[in-house]
Ligand binder design. Sequence first.
Ligand SMILES: NC(=O)c1ccc[n+]([C@@H]2O[C@H](COP(=O)([O-])OP(=O)(O)OC[C@H]3O[C@@H](n4cnc5c(N)ncnc54)[C@H](OP(=O)(O)O)[C@@H]3O)[C@@H](O)[C@H]2O)c1
Length: 269
Amino acid sequence: MNEVDKDQRIAIVGLGKLGGILLRAFLDQRLVTPDRVTATVHHESNAEARTGTYGLPVSTDNVDAVQNADIVLLCVKPAGVRAVCEELAPVMADKLLISVAASVTTADIEEHLGDVPVVRAMPNTPSVIGSGMTALSSGRFATDRHLALARSLFDAVGRTVVLDEKHMDAVTGLSASGPAFIYVVLESLAEAGVKVGLPRDVATLLAAQTTLGAAGMVLESGSHPALLKDEVTTPAGCTIDGLLELEEGGLRVTLIKAVVKAAHRASEL
Ligand SMILES: NC(=O)c1ccc[n+]([C@@H]2O[C@H](COP(=O)([O-])OP(=O)(O)OC[C@H]3O[C@@H](n4cnc5c(N)ncnc54)[C@H](OP(=O)(O)O)[C@@H]3O)[C@@H](O)[C@H]2O)c1
């Protein structure tokens, strides 16, 4: 059980925003074919609509959807996990459960499912364009092979990292909430471009591509961001004037506090 093979079936319980992003990415990457996937939602009307959207069976019957699956991807809201696990417990033998629910521990899930292998995943929404960031950790009964299988799914939609579960709330605050923080930074840069005379669409393009390029420099060079910043800061040039404004505005401390607050909130959900 190292990679998803073509005979394995996946059930997505909770085909909402994140479940839909992951399903779309798995289908686009040909990790699974639609005839190997079943999915569920809460409302009957959404089941009908999503059957049409994804071209595979979406119902409101969790037990039926999971019955023949090898891998169950649990994508309901944290508050719904307990009820769904209680419902699924009788049909979970020999299946791997992967949960993306923020703040729900593998131990919480094992309490309802018994000795079922559980992997906890914390992905983010850029998974939809193959640029996701997912942290994974395994529960008591998940083997390295289960973890490798889960990893192969999320590798298909971006980068993955395996961490001790104690870090999952921190991951939620940084990479799961992070896209929203970066959108605000990006929006502000674009707004600044408009202020200095650029058309809005050009300003947004410049801001987004600059953000992408800077992130790529950090990932590809492996250099500390401070070093990369120093390299583009000419003595008495323009960039240092901008950096001074950032320091005066408290950008660093504001971003740090945003991640800390989001991580703290994740521990309370
Ligand atoms: N969004 C993110 O960026 C992100 C990132 C990492 C992790 N997560 C985690 O992903 C999970 C889902 O978040 P989301 O933003 O995708 O929420 P969402 O859009 O509200 O999706 C939740 C889905 O669960 C369905 N559902 C509710 N109760 C159910 C039940 N008893 N049986 C089957 N399906 C049920 C809902 O059905 P209806 O559509 O019919 O209401 C909905 O489709 C959360 O636990 C969250 O912590 C989200």
